[in-house]
Design a protein around this ligand. Structure first.
Ligand code: PMP
Length: 387
């Protein structure tokens, strides 16, 4: 059977051939534990880890010492939020501000923080999925220590104005954590320009391997203190114990180098995304686009089709691999919490498709996918009684 056309790059990306090539020796010849300081096996592994740390730092304008390797963005988000609560909330509870459209790996640790006595404000978003800086300014309290706002939303692709949020946080002396999983390596991200204190990222969204990511932890102006959430041998400067995943870390490092060289590819990906939207809209009435079409992820296209259920449509579209929303939570068929927060009703939000275009998608694929979508939506609408 022919493989479906892959348009689910927000869920994960294929591992780049150069990334894989760079990783392979670390599964075989260079198998040492980087914490082994008494022999060359350990030294070589450690050298590779430190090289990768520098590559990750270079991509976001950080220094290598500010990078903590984790198992992915979920762990990085947990470490940032619960680590800040524990470090800054020792004597009295703290206040955290976040927004309703965050990934569950931010919202759930916030709920845990709440269960431990901390206060959490979840800000509403507008129809584009964005928090206004004024709403944020009004939410600050004397005990606010942390704001956690994602840079790019994984369902609708909306970019937050993190620079403005960063400036506000700075004037209030509040730490800004951003889940930049869908932004780093896709668009330029610089921690100083954006006023970021903590940043989460993941390799498998940028053509690297799964199971590896990083948390950026600012060391100056201000120096951020974190309490580790995984305890043991004191690896990663005491912030994340456990033997390092050397092949994964090497893969993340190379993925970051390649991403930096290929940031310009975003223009072509956006062109293909726009072509897909134009083709579909030209042939079908009743198509709604969710999220901000201007300030958004170059490969994201989140569409709703009047009178068509998203799950049914995805199942009918056998020739293309895509999602109805976030692949991370879509085992349950509840309406997306992101679209619900954006004020899109349950009926409408059950009808969306999330296209995630990426490196490797071609114009030919886009035209084929547009044809498939047009045919299936037309046929489902006919079955549903609409002409
Ligand atoms: N945050 C966002 C915005 C994401 O899209 C994802 C992955 N779907 C995550 C966090 C979790 O990343 P990981 O798979 O590396 O744990």
């Amino acid at each position: 059977m022919k493989s479906p056309i892959y348009m689910d790059h927000h869920a994960t990306t294929p591992v780049d051939a150069d990334v894989l090539r760079a990783m392979l020796p670390y599964f075989s010849d260079i198998f040492g534990n980087p914490a082994s300081r008494t022999h060359a096996y350990g030294w070589r592994a450690n050298e590779a880890v430190e090289q990768a740390r520098q590559s990750v730092a270079d991509l976001i304008g950080a220094t290598a010492r500010e990078i903590v390797f984790t198992s992915g963005a979920t762990e990085a988000n947990n470490l940032a939020i619960l680590g800040v609560c524990e470090a800054y909330g020792q004597s009295k509870p703290i206040h955290i501000i976040t927004q309703a459209t965050e990934h569950k790996s931010v919202l759930d640790p916030c709920t845990v923080a709440q269960s431990r006595g901390h206060r959490v404000t979840v800000l509403p978003v507008d129809r584009m999925g964005r928090v206004s800086p004024d709403t944020l300014a009004d939410a600050f309290c004397d005990d606010t220590v942390l704001v956690s706002m994602m840079l790019v939303n994984n369902e609708v692709g909306t970019m937050q104005d993190i620079a403005a949020i960063g400036r506000l946080c700075k004037t209030r002396g509040v730490l800004l954590h951003t889940d930049a999983t869908q932004a780093v390596g896709i668009m330029p991200v610089h921690v100083d320009t954006l006023g970021i204190a903590l940043l989460s990222m993941s390799a498998h969204k940028i053509y690297g391997p799964k199971g590896i990511g990083a948390l950026y932890v600012r060391r100056r102006d201000p120096r951020v203190t974190l309490a580790p959430q995984i305890h043991g041998g004191g690896h990663e400067n005491g912030l994340r114990s456990g033997t390092l995943n050397v092949p994964g870390i090497v893969g993340l490092g190379v993925a970051c180098i390649l991403a930096k060289q290929r940031l310009h590819e975003a223009c072509e990906i956006a062109r293909l995304r726009n072509l897909l939207e134009t083709r579909i809209r030209a042939a079908l009435p009743g198509v709604i686009r969710y999220g901000d079409p201007e300030q958004c992820h170059p490969g994201n296209l989140c569409l709703g089709f009047d009178g068509v259920n998203g799950e049914t449509l995805v199942l009918a579209l056998q020739g293309v691999a895509l999602s109805t929303g976030s692949a991370c939570t879509n085992r349950d068929l509840a309406p997306s919490h992101v679209l619900t927060a954006m004020g899109v009703g349950n009926r409408a939000s059950s009808g969306n498709l999330r296209f995630g275009l990426g490196r490797g998608n071609t114009e030919e694929e886009v035209l084929a996918v547009a044809d498939m979508v047009i045919a299936q939506v037309t046929s489902l609408r006919r079955l549903g009684g609409r002409s």
